[in-house]
Ligand binder design. Structure first.
Ligand code: ZN
Length: 171
């Protein structure tokens, strides 16, 4: 397994959308394991393939407190949603930038597991926000897109400062 480098906004790969996974082969298993390892290494609740520079329709998430409930979402789609909620949002590809985003309160998602078996997952609160956030990524959408142009500008400034501070720490 390997920790992969996370792609930052405004990388084009975050915007180009994804293609369905059709081969559930060893390469896919390796990719899924690497994405899980990467997500846990950076303490994220979710990670979508475009965030590591890959354009397959694939994401992983874990919204549990104990960090021991990994969910693999291959070819996920929202099939039902209800209500609206304002939820705090952030993104590994937009580090240091946080705001509230309005999303469906409850969603049901249909997806395949790592071996190609279809299943359904539903949830509200953080689980709902995370499912919608990751599926957005697979469609080339960032949480910033749900905010006003003014807020987007402010958050991108925050992100630049965060990245600069990171660089300083490393050098
Ligand atoms: Zn994200």
């Amino acid at each position: 397994m390997a920790v992969l480098e996370i792609v930052m906004d405004p990388a084009p790969v975050l915007r180009q959308g994804t293609q369905p996974v059709t081969e559930f082969d060893d390469a896919l298993q390796q990719l899924i394991d690497d994405m899980l390892e990467t997500m846990y290494a950076v303490n994220g609740v979710g990670l979508a393939a475009p965030q590591i520079g890959n354009t397959l329709r694939l994401a992983v998430m874990d919204v549990s407190m104990e960090r021991n409930e990994p969910v693999v979402l291959v070819n996920p789609e929202v099939v039902e949603s209800r209500g609206r909620q304002l939820m705090a949002a952030g993104c590994l590809s937009v580090p240091g930038a946080y705001d509230k985003v309005e999303r469906a309160e409850w969603v049901k998602v249909k997806a395949q597991d790592r071996h190609g078996n279809w299943f359904e997952i539903e949830g509200e609160g953080l689980r709902s926000e995370c499912l919608q956030h990751e599926i957005d990524h697979l469609d080339g959408t960032l949480f910033l897109d749900h905010l006003s142009p003014l807020k987007q500008r402010r958050l991108r400034e925050k992100m630049k400062k965060t990245l600069k501070a990171r660089k300083r720490r490393k050098s």
